[in-house]
Design a protein around this ligand. Structure first.
Ligand code: ADP
Ligand code: SF4
Length: 688
């Protein structure tokens, strides 16, 4: 039977190799890198199993003279790095996919904190990092350029020996020397490598030619390039990059086109729609006969097919959609669109890279646990007993536990106090910019519909006696958490002095539709993730005069890890929100709040009629304590536990992970208390 999506399953020739379909997992970081090579190999292998025709590494440091510490990526400095990379290529090949490697020389994007070598770039400039490192790069001379060509070539040959089929020339995201040479922002050279477009492209051409000459007979050579730096005349612009692509035309075997720096290419759903890159990349195909791949957080299959038909892209690139659902291609091929776990565009995955920890995903709790814990995004072992499970609360934790236990074959009852499923995501997805977060609920609801062994009870606020009436031997509370109204958080670990007449509204009040009557409202953000900024935005949208204050030195500071901080602060300023940073809160009175400078303690009085504290949350665990007090064993409950926010409030990703973990570990053999709950790879010691 033919389908509108068949076009997505046509093979694509990429130089000397052929991709079996048009699904292309572009390079993406993951916080595992050289520290966790086997876990990483298995993660990539699962993508290949899920049907991606091309599966790539993250950026791979190609020479010791440019390291990207503190980020943990892969390394191909010398032959000793080959086995770790070969393991990944093997895992990818096991499932018939092509393995791609993104060789990177960060140049002036790496302060070389590990190697302590002097970074190099096209000009004498401070290193361009996220952290304003007090290090400068030195301008490369001709010998440096010749050396770097040699190092790149040596790495290319090693990559081939490691088994890779596509070996990248990386000139994108402002993350490497080639991008720096292309961009007027960094390239201020007066020699044949600077100035005109032809000159700025010269090094990219030379490196690509070197690479093709060395391995082009058997491996494909893609170029990855940023089509615009979004800096206006100060940086690369579409027309200029199109000229560059036109100059190189058919030299590479594939063009992988990206937008500006990583924070723009991987914007969250709060700040960019699916396919936001399209207007920037749609002109590339007419400049080359070689295949073009691009990303856009694509999860709409119609959109993907249209991109191919319209001649915008030949291959659908994906990082995040492949993290949220490694089996996306197979599900499309099998016509199981309702089973796709759509990326919500939250960038929690990105935070793994920024915090040097294995990536996690809000939608796919098995991500990065494929080897460490043996979890699989589509499979879970069958039940070991016939004992039914009562799950109380249908937020992300309860929903994930219910669907995973349901798939194991357990009889499950899922009781939810509210009239809808989803818990916090059902409420939060109604806040400005967070609509896509509802997908956390939608995917799981769809799975539950298919599981006759899971009974869902809405409008069922359970008390201890109701739980006893169920008579289930396993009871798990996923009852979530509530925002505190007493200002306890990072700054105050004890409740604040608040006047009885002061008007205090928590984020829960606002989400439940209870808004302040006062015109001037203070949003006090001591949570530092998204909620404070979103509250300020929501209130400003309703016409309140909003003052946003925080003890941190910027709005929503943790969102640096999701690459949103800049966008959030911009949006708040543009919405007319007054931002006061580096101020704690001292007192709250009926008609004013007293802020205190975090450095001097100096007081600032703000006349406001209401305050919204966004600080910490408290678990909804009253039922847990009631059941424990009632001696749950006597009620026939053998196993009673709390998961997700009901145990300790955290991100939605923590909640889906907790739900999955509960389901994975139910009836598993008891682990000795001192045994690690995951596999760990340990660096082998060299002989001293
Ligand atoms: P998590 O993020 O840990 O999944 P949420 O706050 O999103 O937590 O979800 C908790 C859900 O539990 C909410 O939908 C809430 O209505 C529900 N809930 C809380 N207490 C009870 C209870 N006693 N009986 C049934 N459902 C409850
Ligand atoms: Fe998408 Fe969020 Fe998962 Fe990243 S963490 S892949 S943005 S759902």
């Amino acid at each position: 039977m033919t389908s509108a999506y068949d076009v997505l399953f046509e093979p694509v020739r990429i130089g000397p190799v052929t991709a079996k379909n048009r699904f292309y997992q572009v390079p993406h970081c993951n916080g595992m890198g050289y520290r966790d090579p086997t876990a990483l190999a298995h993660m990539r292998g699962v993508k290949a199993e899920g049907g991606w025709a091309v599966v790539c590494t993250e950026q791979v440091e190609l020479h010791y003279s440019s390291d990207i510490t503190p980020f943990i990526e892969l390394r191909l400095w010398d032959d000793r790095d080959i086995p770790a990379l070969a393991r990944m290529a093997e895992k990818i090949h096991e499932h018939g996919a092509l393995a791609g490697i993104e060789l990177a020389y960060n140049g002036m994007n790496g302060p070389n904190l590990y190697s302590r070598e002097v970074p190099m770039g096209p000009a004498h400039l401070p290193v361009a990092t996220f952290t304003y490192d007090p290090v400068q790069a030195r301008a490369m001379d001709k010998t440096d350029i010749a050396n770097l060509r040699g190092w790149h070539l040596a790495a290319v040959k090693r990559a081939k020996r490691a088994g890779f089929d596509l070996i990248y020339v990386y000139a994108a995201h402002a993350l490497g020397f080639l991008h720096h040479f292309l961009s007027r922002r960094y390239n201020q050279r007066g020699d044949e490598y600077g100035g005109s477009i032809e000159n700025r492209v010269r090094l990219l051409r030379e490196i690509t030619e070197d690479t093709k000459a060395a391995i082009g007979d058997t491996c494909a050579v893609p170029i990855r390039i940023s089509v615009d730096e979004l800096l206006g005349e100060g940086g690369l612009e579409v027309a200029e990059v199109e000229d560059m692509i036109g100059l190189l035309g058919d030299l590479p075997d594939l063009w992988d086109v990206t937008l500006a720096g990583w924070e723009n290419d991987s914007r969250t759903s709060r700040f960019a729609e699916e396919g936001a890159q399209e207007p920037f990349i749609s002109g590339v195909k007419r400049l080359t006969s070689k295949p073009v791949v691009g990303v856009g957080r694509y999860t709409s299959v119609d959109r993907m097919a249209a991109l191919v038909r319209k001649g915008v892209l030949d291959m659908i690139g994906a990082a995040r959609p492949s993290i949220a659902d490694p089996f996306l291609p197979n599900k499309i091929r099998e016509g199981r669109l309702e089973d796709i776990r759509e990326c919500i565009g939250c960038n929690i995955c990105v935070s793994g890279d920024f915090t040097q920890s294995p990536l996690r995903c809000t939608q796919n709790p098995t991500m990065a646990e494929e080897w460490r814990k043996g979890w699989h995004p589509e499979r879970i072992r069958p039940k070991e007993t016939d004992k039914p499970v009562l799950i109380i609360g249908a937020g992300p934790a309860g929903l994930e536990a219910a669907q995973a236990l349901g798939k194991r074959g357990y009889e499950v009852a899922l009781a939810e106090a509210g009239r809808e499923l989803g818990g916090r995501v059902a409420r939060e997805c109604r806040l400005p910019g967070l609509a896509a977060w509802g997908r956390v609920r939608d995917y799981r609801m769809m799975q539950l519909h298919k599981l006759p062994n899971v009974q869902v009870y809405l409008d069922s606020h359970l008390k201890a006696e109701d739980v006893a009436e169920f008579g289930f031997p396993r009871v798990v509370l996923a009852t979530g958490a509530r925002w505190r109204n007493d200002f306890v958080g990072h700054q105050h670990t004890h409740p604040l002095d608040v006047a009885a007449e002061a008007r205090i509204f928590t984020p829960d009040d606002i989400m439940n539709g209870t808004y302040p009557a006062a015109q001037r409202v203070l949003v006090w953000d001591d949570d530092h993730y998204y909620m404070g900024g979103v509250m300020a935005e929501a209130l400003a949208k309703r016409g309140h005069r909003v003052i946003y204050a925080t003890p941190a030195s910027e709005a929503s500071t943790w969102t640096r890890n999701t690459m949103e901080q800049h966008f959030i602060q911009k949006r708040l300023l543009e919405a007319g929100v007054e931002i006061i940073v580096s101020h704690g809160i001292g007192r709250v009175e009926a008609d004013h709040a007293v802020l205190t400078c975090m450095f001097t303690g100096r007081e600032k009085i703000l006349e406001v009629g209401a305050v919204v504290p966004v600080s910490a949350r408290l678990p909804n665990d009253a039922l847990l304590h009631e059941l424990r007090a009632a001696n749950h064993a006597a009620l026939g409950i053998e196993q009673l536990s709390a998961i997700g926010d009901a145990l300790a409030p955290a991100t939605i990703a923590h909640a889906t992970y907790a739900g999955r973990r509960f389901a994975e570990e139910l009836d598993a053999p008891v682990r000795p208390a001192d045994m690690l709950p995951f596999k760990r790879e340990i660096t082998a010691l060299l002989k001293e």
